[in-house]
Design a binder for this molecule. Structure first.
Ligand code: ADP
Ligand code: ZN
Length: 287
């Protein structure tokens, strides 16, 4: 039995399952402060004989195994979580191997192993939710350099009719600052779920996301792009993205039919937790 944690900014999903990715039990725990959230996480896993735990975490996190801060959540503005030793805490509680990566890298691994990109050695998983983040599988490996990529914070050209200043606490009008769920809510004065019929909302969303996808396609050349997260429940955004991306790329690169290339997660909202389970499997295999 393996344990998995998808640590998000609003909730932690904890699950136990097996190495095929099947989930036997799960629980959601609100993300408040570590002193409240983590004891509940530990309590959940105490019920099961897990032989490893995989964590896909919100970030930024330190994923460099040579670093003294490996396994920490690092520079988050989220109260209490800055410089939090996540891996170390779980190892102390359970004395089992712990796999650790970003939430989106975990989701990319899940999708490439069992989801929409099953069998591919390359894919990009992007979440558009409270924030924007992307994880990439490149030549069969989760992309990592000095640290993990932060593809949600790239700069995009402004929509000519957009005078919203942007919501990123670090860069104001980066992609996340203009196109994540909270930016949509702040710009239009209502939550995304209540703006379903406003074409201009989703067209502008597509305008920004298509620019980001253009950069990712040009830089990483992924074999498939998977778009998840709460905002992407608005399926009409996909068509807006296809239209803008076609114009932007202008046939310079040859891509599959965009409807088959830029898709929803095959695992639905389970991409991240399934990927975390696979990180636990990797941690066992590395022993
Ligand atoms: P998180 O990023 O915290 O893990 P989500 O992926 O659910 O969680 O993203 C939450 C954001 O997505 C919120 O800003 C919310 O308004 C927006 N959102 C959630 N569901 C929908 C929906 N069906 N349509 C549009 N926006 C949504
Ligand atoms: Zn930013």
């Amino acid at each position: 039995m393996l344990g998995a944690i998808e640590a998000g900014g609003t909730k932690f999903v904890c699950a136990v399952g097996d190495e095929t990715g099947e989930i036997f039990a799960r629980e959601q725990i609100p993300t408040t402060i570590p002193e409240e959230t983590i004891p509940k996480v530990i309590e959940f896993f105490r019920q099961y004989p897990v032989k490893a735990i995989g964590i896909g975490s919100f970030g930024p996190v330190d994923v460099n195994r040579e670093s003294p801060a490996y396994g920490f959540i690092t520079s988050t503005p989220k109260p209490g979580w800055k410089n939090y030793p996540f891996v170390q805490t779980m190892k102390e509680a359970f004395a089992v191997p712990v796999g650790f990566n970003t939430d989106v890298n975990a989701a990319a691994l899940g999708e490439a192993t069992l989801g929409a990109a099953k069998g591919l050695d390359s894919c990009l998983y992007i979440t558009v939710g409270t924030g924007i983040g992307a994880g990439a599988l490149v030549q069969g490996q989760l992309l990592q350099g000095l640290s993990h990529p932060e593809m949600g914070h790239i700069l995009v050209r402004r929509h000519p009719e957009d005078d919203y200043q942007g919501k990123c606490p670090y860069h104001s009008d980066c992609l996340e600052g203009l196109a994540a769920g909270p930016a949509i809510e702040a710009r239009w004065g209502a939550k995304g779920i209540d703006l379903v019929d406003r074409f201009e909302v989703w067209d502008m969303e597509g305008y920004y996301l298509a620019q980001a996808l253009m950069q990712y396609v040009l830089i990483l050349s992924p074999k498939m792009i998977i778009l998840g997260g709460g905002v992407m429940h608005q399926k009409q955004v996909f068509d807006c993205i296809y239209n803008y991306l076609k114009k932007l790329l202008n046939d310079y690169v040859t891509l599959p039919e965009l409807e088959n290339y830029i898709v929803s997660p095959g695992l639905g909202d389970n991409a991240g937790i399934t990927g975390a389970l696979l990180l636990a499997r990797q941690a066992v295999n590395e022993l």
